[in-house]
Design a protein around this ligand. Structure first.
Ligand SMILES: *Cc1c(COP(=O)(O)O)cnc(C)c1O
Length: 236
């Protein structure tokens, strides 16, 4: 990974970044207005997986605090290297049970809690981490997430586990269906979750291609990568 010496601007190494960020921020603001919502309800997480730490420094210079990563080793190394910056780390990938405690150590928010064994592995009596339960909107278990049928029992497990604060639901729109309908389903599932957990009002949904639909259906946490960062370096 490349580093930029302290005091030097990282921005010059990433031409077009500031412009792409501004375009997305404007477009998010438009979608929020059109949905009759208030801007403070929606957090844009910039997903920086596969990109160097310099890109995250540049984003920090542009006022971004919320960073999303989906691979443990990469996320851990970046969080360590950038510990001096005021960043909030969102772990948005699938979490291996045996890495759960390590992910907890640097992640401020874990977005893909999707099974009981992971809830158990994440338990702690020492600190509290914010968590989303991921719902799988497809029939493909490889995409991660709990099936809607098994959602409420999993939510109950999260609620009775020390060290986890449930924020709400996370989902990725299926590739083969209209995202708006998928996000509407997440919103409805979220309403059922709120009967058990009235504070779990947040929805982590919406990526580069579908964030406007997600905002229209109540997304509170957008996970936007390539529309802001540009194409990812080859996914090793
Ligand atoms: C990579 C990733 C994103 C961002 O995807 P883009 O299409 O680049 O915006 C969002 N959510 C998850 C879970 C991801 O893995």
């Amino acid at each position: 990974m490349t580093t930029t010496p302290q005091g030097e601007s990282a921005l010059s190494s990433f031409p077009g970044l500031a412009e792409r960020l501004a375009v997305v921020q404007d477009s998010v603001a438009d979608a929020v207005r059109q949905a009759g919502r208030s801007p403070g309800e929606v957090t844009t997480i910039v997903v920086t997986k596969f990109h160097p730490v310099g890109l995250i420094r540049a984003l920090a210079e542009l006022g971004i605090h919320d960073i999303g990563e989906n691979r443990h080793q990469e996320a851990q190394a970046k969080a360590q290297e950038l510990a001096a910056l005021d960043l909030r780390w969102h772990f948005i990938g699938q979490v291996q049970g045996k890495k759960a405690r390590q992910v907890r150590a640097y992640a401020d928010v874990i977005h893909a809690v999707d099974r009981e064994s992971l809830v158990t592995a994440l338990a702690s009596t020492e600190s509290v981490v914010d968590a989303f339960v991921q719902v799988n909107l497809t029939d493909d278990p490889a995409r991660g997430g709990v099936s809607p049928d098994a959602l409420l029992p999993l939510v109950e497990r999260v609620l009775e586990t020390p060290g986890l604060r449930l924020l709400g639901l996370m989902a990725v729109a299926p590739l083969d269906a209209a995202p708006r309908a998928a996000f509407a389903q997440v919103r409805q599932l979220g309403e059922r979750v709120q009967q058990l957990a009235p504070d779990a009002t947040k929805l982590s949904m919406g990526m580069s291609a579908d964030y406007a639909d997600a905002i229209a259906e109540g997304a509170t946490h957008l996970r936007i990568g390539s529309a802001i960062t540009g194409n990812r370096p080859s996914e090793r």
